[in-house]
Design a protein around this ligand. Structure first.
Ligand code: V47
Length: 354
């Protein structure tokens, strides 16, 4: 059966067919991805009102793509105090506007495990209505090795200290050869998947990312997406898949050519087509640019992430996301592009349809 016939019949595609998807023209891919998006979400596009906090940039790991870590080209080291972090949440949560804090740090060996956990405990005690999305699988692996505790114990601590869901960071690219080259030494692909599985087994939700547009090939992207699909078949715990477009500045991966918009849009569409079991495909505007995130709505994406407010990881590598985006601007942009803006909470309950 041809790939088009399989797409017409909504058949699940395995690796050999999946890789052929990139050979289809952009608008053919768009039409199948958009059909699937529309079946699941109609014209709705989700966003949330969130605040990103990056409490420390001191990192014991060395990822070639990272411009945020202070051990790399960024000479400015910082570690926030708990008071500073609480002040940020307090200022952002005036009038109950933000619904989520998204907390991701570098792997700082100097603070102690308690410092990490107290951040979440204090936020939850002081702001019980705010959803705490925190600790990537890479951070969990770091804490587990640094403090010689099994993943399970770190996960139990996360739950005790008020973490509601896990972000999707640290996945990068699962192919072991590429991974070794871009972030050797940190959480392996198998460990990343194992940590999310353990988290899902606790009845909790998480997201999954893929960093693309660096030295990986199309085959590596397909392999990455299919490994996520297999785990999702087992656990059903992923809320969203987020392809992160690689930002090229201030880091050590020498990437000559940035991806074309066409390749990025194909990747969103292919993600939607292959991930028949992950409901939300997020075009994270901080890495795709706002304009492409809006276009991605026609290519399978049904989520554009949140207002962010402050962002340090992608902006260090050249993204225009340092100061977030205002809620009313988001709403206007989604509306003007022909979609229905829906403010959601962190686990995709609808809060307001505009
Ligand atoms: O894992 C680092 C990426 C991630 C660069 O779960 C880079 O809702 C592009 O995971 N170019 C952290 N990306 C951010 C993240 C995330 C973002 C938004 C939403 C969610 C979610 C998760 O940032 C890291 C890494 O893959 N990153 N450097 C770079 N130069």
């Amino acid at each position: 059966m041809s790939i088009i016939e399989k797409l017409e019949n909504n058949e699940r595609l395995e690796y050999e067919d999946a890789i052929k998807l990139y050979d289809l023209d952009l608008f053919t891919l768009a039409s199948y991805a958009n059909r699937l998006r529309t079946e699941k979400h109609g014209k709705k596009t989700y966003f949330n009102i969130n605040r990103h906090i990056n409490p420390t940039n001191i990192c014991k790991d060395v990822c070639q793509f990272c411009a945020y870590s202070a051990s790399r080209k960024n000479p400015h080291q910082y570690t926030m105090s708990h008071e500073e972090i609480l002040e940020i949440v307090k200022n952002s949560s005036k009038n109950n506007i933000i619904k989520e804090v998204h907390i991701v740090s570098a792997h700082n060996p100097h603070t102690g495990l308690k410092w990490y956990m107290d951040v979440f405990k204090l936020i939850k005690q002081n702001f019980p209505n705010i959803h705490v999305k925190a600790l990537t699988a890479a951070e969990i692996h770091f804490l587990s090795t640094e403090y010689k505790l099994p993943y399970q114990e770190i996960i139990d601590m996360m739950i005790e200290n008020g973490i509601d869901s896990m972000p999707g960071g640290g996945a990068e690219i699962f192919d072991e050869k590429v991974r070794k080259r871009i972030c050797g030494g940190k959480v392996t692909s198998a460990q990343w998947l194992e940590i999310h599985k353990l988290w899902h087994q606790k009845g909790r939700k998480s997201n999954a990312t893929m960093l693309f547009g660096h030295i990986e090939s199309r085959e590596h992207r397909i392999d990455h997406i299919l490994r996520l699909r297999s785990l999702q078949d087992e656990t059903g715990g992923f809320n969203a898949f987020i392809p992160l477009v690689y930002q090229t500045e201030n880091n050590y991966l020498k990437v000559k050519e940035a991806l074309t918009g066409q390749e990025i849009l194909k990747t969103y569409a292919i993600s939607r087509i292959l991930l028949d079991n992950i409901p939300n495909i997020k075009a994270y505007w901080a890495t795709s640019t706002v304009k492409l995130a809006l276009i991605a709505q026609e290519f399978g994406a049904n989520d554009v992430d949140g207002t962010i407010e402050k962002e340090a990881i992608q902006s260090a590598a050249g993204a225009k996301s340092a100061n977030g985006i205002a809620q009313n601007e988001f709403v206007e942009l989604i509306k003007n592009s022909g979609f229905i803006p829906v403010e959601r909470d962190s686990i995709y309950n609808e809060l307001k349809v505009w």
